[in-house]
Design a protein around this ligand. Structure first.
Ligand code: PLP
Length: 393
């Protein structure tokens, strides 16, 4: 599958740019759930659509190429991809997992896997000594999400992969926030890269999907067995939506990242903002690691306002972004992690991880950045009235 094109060109000119039967420049959507077999003794490539579907397969090929892995898998959601990959573990195995992991992954690990005898240790993965201390004789998996959600901490992927190899364990990296456009975990040593393709990869807030890409053919075979056994596959219509979204990944991310840098600086300079979390700011604690393993800091940032009342007034006054769960879309999305992505996390654990009641996460879309800055500036001005009253009281 490899060729000499750049990532940007490969988004468009890959093995699936033309339908070999009709010449169509869009991958055909194959709805068939089953396929006629003309020979009783040897079946064709496709037999039943859970096991294989040409539209899904096109997406699986494309994402494998973009992540530079050997095989891709498409699932009905990011959580389906993550949960299926966890099925590679067995009873009595132990997982070392980043402590500010996505809330759904936190729920899966802490409330579901434990019932099957798979234990875990949540750890601050930016602290390699803490990671080493968390390792147990039965540690079989290191689970990384970087930059993390929503406090944008950066884990040194190379260092974790080395530790994992020393302990005969696997490394999974959730690459949802950066996508292979900005970071390629398999090239840094990871075994499986996971995605909520609901986000930047599809990019238009119109599909829920998950992807996994594996580096090693033997591991790929095991994951294929689990994809078919568990059965949480992506439907052909949704696979097509992700394929279409992927074509514009480069231009979308390019624009959003440039805007995110300007917005991070804008919030950083504002007196009502306590803290900005964005690995593209030079004072971010893992700025150098981010520079060494990714080509940019991405299009998601978080900021903590002075208090909850100010945060509420701000949210009530912003006009452009949608206020919603999710990220990685053409429209900017403002989220409230405490009640959205991290609602499943007990409050004390949440606050301990910096996910306070005044923290907001912003996924920067394709609007003109000056319009966004004006909107945020006006909303902060309204919030400042609350601040002045609070200061007087
Ligand atoms: C980093 C990350 N990983 C995984 C998921 C889960 O993906 P999905 O919602 O597609 O199941 C999300 C969803 O927000 C996410 O942000």
């Amino acid at each position: 599958m490899s060729n000499s094109y750049t990532f940007q060109t490969n988004l468009l000119h890959n093995n699936h740019k033309l339908d070999p039967v009709t010449g169509a420049v869009s991958v055909p959507i194959q709805h068939a759930s089953t396929f006629h077999q003309s020979d009783i003794d040897s079946f064709g490539k496709y037999d039943y659509a859970r096991s294989g579907n040409p539209t899904r397969e096109a997406l699986e090929d494309v994402i494998a190429q973009l992540e530079e892995g050997c095989r891709g898998f498409a699932f009905s959601s990011g959580m389906a991809a993550i949960s299926t990959a966890f099925m590679l573990l067995s009873k009595d195995d132990h997982v070392v997992i980043t402590e500010d992991v996505y809330g759904g992954t936190f729920r899966m690990v802490s409330q579901v896997l434990v019932r099957f005898g798979i234990s875990h240790t949540f750890v601050d993965m930016t602290d390699l000594d803490a990671v080493k201390k968390a390792i147990q004789p039965n540690t079989r998996l290191f689970y990384v999400e970087t930059p993390s959600n929503p406090t944008l901490k950066v884990t040194d992927i190379r260092a974790i992969c080395e530790l994992a190899k020393d302990h005969d364990a696997l490394t999974f990296v959730d690459n949802t926030f950066l996508t292979p456009e900005l970071q390629k975990p398999l090239n840094l040593g990871a075994d499986i890269v996971l995605h909520s393709a609901t986000k930047f990869l599809s990019g238009h807030s119109d599909v829920v999907a998950g992807l996994a890409v594996v580096k090693d053919p033997e591991l790929a075979q095991k994951l294929y067995f689990l994809q078919n056994s568990f059965g949480a596959v992506l439907g052909p219509q949704d696979a097509w939506l992700v394929l279409r979204g992927l074509k514009t990944l480069h231009v979308r991310l390019d624009h959003s990242v440039q805007s995110a840098i300007k917005l991070a600086n804008f919030f950083n300079d504002h007196p009502l903002v306590k803290k900005v979390y964005y690995p593209g700011l030079s004072d971010h604690p893992q700025y150098d690691i981010q520079q060494s393993q990714a080509t940019s800091a991405g299009a998601v940032l978080s900021f903590d306002l002075l208090n909850e009342d100010i945060m509420r007034t701000f949210v009530n006054n912003v006009k452009i972004p949608v206020f919603a769960v999710s990220l990685g879309a053409v429209e900017s999305i403002l989220s409230y992690p405490a009640k959205m992505s991290h609602a499943a996390m007990p409050e004390n654990e949440r606050i301990q991880r910096g996910i306070t009641n005044s923290l907001l996460r912003l996924s920067v879309g394709l609007e003109n950045v000056d319009d966004l800055i004006k909107d945020f500036s006006d909303a902060l001005e309204s919030a400042n009235q609350i601040h002045l009253v609070q200061s007087r009281g």
